[in-house]
Design a protein around this ligand. Structure first.
Ligand SMILES: *Cc1c(COP(=O)(O)O)cnc(C)c1O
Length: 455
């Protein structure tokens, strides 16, 4: 079954796909180039892409393109296919559910799989308190709803977000997001009553966690006021902003302050959730129990699903009919989530993320030790990044970062960049990747950096 070219045979995706890096054409090859040319004509220019291929199959640790190029996947479609693309149990669950029914609208006539996903999220998110869950379609939609719920619960309006934060591309989540280009530039006006304060960025601010927390709290108290503040929202490890791991003591101080002032603390775990950081949720690493947790990305192996999970008394603040959406908690997406969550719990993927993290950190630290253009290596589990700088000044080097990423992709390794300053390469391999493939991918990164002249 292919629209590409009836003369080529496309293998099945999933773990049986040949696990090899193989570049047989320039990227894009001719078949991919033809599809990308149609993309240029048919798809809005605002929808960009960073890897110039047309994908036909993926699984384990590779992505196969229409020309037979097999690329090592160190991005998981931005931390989504953590259980592996076309995971057999997920694919089977999707097929079985699609053959039963594909939609009723949960707000019209409910079904068990939605309830089962809610029960799983209530059980797996941090804290033993009574919890409830609502399901949506995307991370941004989950964040929007977490804010709605916090406002209804507190009767307050203001929301605090942080420097380098990323929460989505809808109007409210653009307001919460820090970076102008490409996420916000030209798209305003943005939602009101959103305030941004500095967080904790140990490599660049040199503050301890408690110092950084006090800086934020002082600004909140003096410039916003606790009385009107509904919620504080933060990614426990900031994703798009540069995989920024806050200093110890930062997050718990913010949580304690929120609790003392009746402010809802929302952990946006859309990118950090589901075993990615070597814990089921990154909040566990920092010993915090958020009032609300937003999830998406890794939850359903690529099917669009997102959740807001949190304290039952907060989640129940919204009146019946106040939350929802036509597709939220779609049954096919829920079936995928149940299979993916079972894989996270029963296939040792939390431990696997830790092992992958050890391989990533050891290799990247070794490269950094010999090359001062890598200023910092940081992360947890299979969420690790290298920050590229001008060794003389410590200034961010976005040009070098882009060149390294481009060279990696040309050699058949998918890497993603991020960071407010565009100077971070992030590593988010699927947890189904093998050690050999991962090491080969890191060899390519090392060679790419070495091949770019140091001025
Ligand atoms: C990706 C992301 C979002 C937005 O999720 P979408 O599904 O793209 O709407 C929100 N928050 C964080 C932390 C993210 O990484």
């Amino acid at each position: 079954m292919t629209l590409i070219d009836e003369t080529i045979t496309i293998p099945a995706g999933g773990p049986t796909l040949e696990q090899v890096r193989r570049v047989v054409t320039e990227l894009p090859g001719p078949r991919s180039a033809a599809i990308l040319s149609r993309k240029t004509d048919a798809v809005a220019a605002g929808i960009a892409h960073s890897v110039p291929v047309a994908v036909v199959a993926a699984g384990g640790g590779v992505v196969l393109d229409a020309d037979g190029n097999s690329l090592i996947d160190l991005g998981s479609g931005i931390a989504v296919t953590s259980v592996g693309n076309a995971h057999p149990a997920v694919a089977a669950a999707i097929a079985a559910q699609a053959a039963q029914f594909t939609h009723t609208c949960f707000m019209v006539s409910p079904y068990e799989s939605y309830v089962e996903v809610a029960e799983a999220l209530n059980r797996l998110t941090p804290g033993a308190h009574a919890k409830k869950t609502a399901l949506f379609n995307s991370g941004a939609e989950a964040v929007e709803n977490a804010i709605k719920i916090a406002r209804k619960h507190t009767g307050r309006q203001a929301v605090v977000a942080f420097d380098h934060g990323y929460h989505g591309r809808t109007n409210l989540t653009m307001a919460l997001t820090a970076k102008a280009m490409p996420y916000k530039a030209g798209f305003g006006p943005f939602a009101p009553e959103v305030y941004r304060v500095p967080g904790s960025y140990p490599y660049r601010d040199g503050l301890t966690g408690p110092e950084a927390a006090q800086r934020a709290i002082t600004l909140i108290e003096k410039q916003i006021g606790a009385d009107g503040l509904a919620a504080v929202i933060i990614e426990p490890i900031q994703g798009e902003g540069g995989f920024i791991v806050p200093a110890d003591g930062f997050l718990d101080a913010i949580v304690a302050w929120c609790r003392a002032h009746g402010v809802v603390f929302i952990a946006d775990e859309v990118q950090t959730g589901f075993a990615r950081t070597g814990a089921m949720f990154a909040s566990e690493i920092f010993g915090i129990e958020p009032d609300l947790v937003t999830t998406a990305k890794g939850i359903a192996a690529g099917l669009p699903l997102a959740g807001v999970t949190g304290r039952a008394e907060i989640m129940d603040a919204a009146h019946p009919g106040g939350l929802g959406g036509t597709y939220g908690g779609n049954p096919v997406a829920c079936a995928a989530a149940i299979a993916a969550i079972s894989a996270f719990e029963n296939e040792g993927l939390v431990e696997r993320a830790q092992q992958i993290g050890t391989i990533l950190q050891e290799r990247l630290r070794a490269i950094a030790a010999a090359d001062p253009r890598i200023g910092d290596v940081r992360g947890h589990g299979a969420m690790v990044a290298a920050e590229f700088v001008d060794p003389a000044t410590g200034e961010p080097d976005a040009a070098l970062t882009g060149a390294v990423a481009k060279a990696c992709i040309a050699q058949g390794v998918i890497v993603l960049t991020c960071g407010t300053f565009g100077n971070v390469i992030r590593f988010l391999p699927p947890l189904s990747i093998g050690d050999d493939l991962l090491r080969d991918g890191l060899d390519v990164v090392a060679a790419a950096l070495a091949g770019i002249r140091q001025d």
